[in-house]
Design a protein around this ligand. Sequence first.
Ligand code: DQA
Length: 149
Amino acid sequence: MKKKINVFLINGPNLNLLGSREPHIYGNNTLPDLIKNLIKKSEKLNISLSHIQSNAEHVLIEKIHAAKENNIDYIIINPAAFTHSSIAIRDALIAVSIPFIEVHISNIYNRENFRSHSWFSDVSEGVITGLGLEGYYWALKTISKRCKI
Ligand code: DQA
């Protein structure tokens, strides 16, 4: 049996409100629907997908620390508003040195100016922004290509 690629998907604050939060920006699909869909797609890509959403910075940091012991090969992270503020989450990702892709549902470059700066992009493997929920899928596709085992 081929070894599966272990991918950890991290969603930051307010993404639990997908489907009801500013649907003109984030769409109508809920987080549980998104995760269900991504798990289905992961199976076809030989990926074992785990997920966390939290509104608390320290919870996300502790989960990133644990990712090392949990043999995570790759992280996909939408840090949400922490994108623009959290050097602590950036440092955690650097500390565990697990490659990661940064995903944003909206295009952070055509919104308010303060969203144009990310503390993650320069240390990420790549950034997907503005492709809607599809962005998560493209991140999975990229990982499956890059981690051919
Ligand atoms: C977001 C963009 C952020 O600026 C915002 O704070 C979010 C979601 C996105 O997915 O488009 O909460 O990361």
